[in-house]
Design a protein around this ligand. Sequence first.
Ligand code: DAS
Length: 359
Amino acid sequence: MRQHSATRQLGGLAIRLLCCGALIAPTALRAQQGKPPEVLVMATGGTIASTGNYYGDRGGEVNKVSAEQLTAAAPGIDKVATLSTEQFSNVASGAIGPKQWMDLARRINAAFHDRPSLAGVVVTHGTDTMEETAYFLDLTVSGDRPVVVTGAMRPADAIGADGPANLFNAVRAAAAPASRGRGAMVLMDDRLFAAREVTKTNTTRVETFQAPEHGPLAIVDHDTIYYNRARPTRHPAFDLSNVTALPRVDIIYSYGGADSVLIDAAVAAGAKGIVVAGVGAGGLASGQGAALRRAGEHGVVVVIGSRTGSGRVAGSETRPTAGDLNVQKARVLLMLALTRTQDRAGVAKIFAEYSGAEP
Ligand code: DAS
């Protein structure tokens, strides 16, 4: 892991923050404190750090842009925060999974611990699995300082590249006092979303990130970050200090004619949990029920979600369901829940608290 430190002086971009009725003037706060907020930019790779032909020969040129080059490409960024940068990795987001999630969470927790003056952290990340990493960080980074995950739909050298504006706005959001207590968020296309709610909805459009049935937490305008919701109730972060590896959890899709084969294969591969992308409000193909019961008898915890893309799956005290988490996020929560308990009712309780399944 390479680390760069680039401290830059800031000037006075006025950002007015309207939050829960309170109008805050950050420039005034900064003037009082004598220096602009400190933000750490942690770069992991993705399209934001890639160059090359967007639809053609990207292969030879991907992932060549460093964390320092990313910040240098966002004019004025040094006027909104005192930046430091760290190159965590430089890979496409398909190469980021449970091991990298844990390393990243540990690194961010350590940065917050070691630097009390740090206002927030920005993570640059490929967009394909961004929502999973963001949700993992939401569940595992402790304290009230924000983590803002951002990326780009267009490479760094594309016409109309969105990376510099996204990074600029993510740094503004991470520096803003109004962002405290909101957990991890995703900033894309001038909007901030809660990590637990956001999902990628389109393969290529810059407005691909949406939060179905919830909407954005904030609109990021040139002069203002306008939060339109009160701070959420936060549950304690999952403690990773004794976790060496996350348990295997697989996602099984339900569809007309689906049978037991993939479920049995997941159990044989050592899955400790299965998330089902059920039909409708958590229904199953008739060929899957017996295999899921068998999995349960083997101690595998089954969580039922939905493949529809929005809406709740109602649960009970003994039957864990995804609530309104999509299945990829239910998988993240199940992996973490299984580090606390392997008991089905215990997992159901955690899901009720964290996922919105609670009636
Ligand atoms: N390169 C892909 C990724 O790393 C896509 C992207 O970043 O937008 O997820």
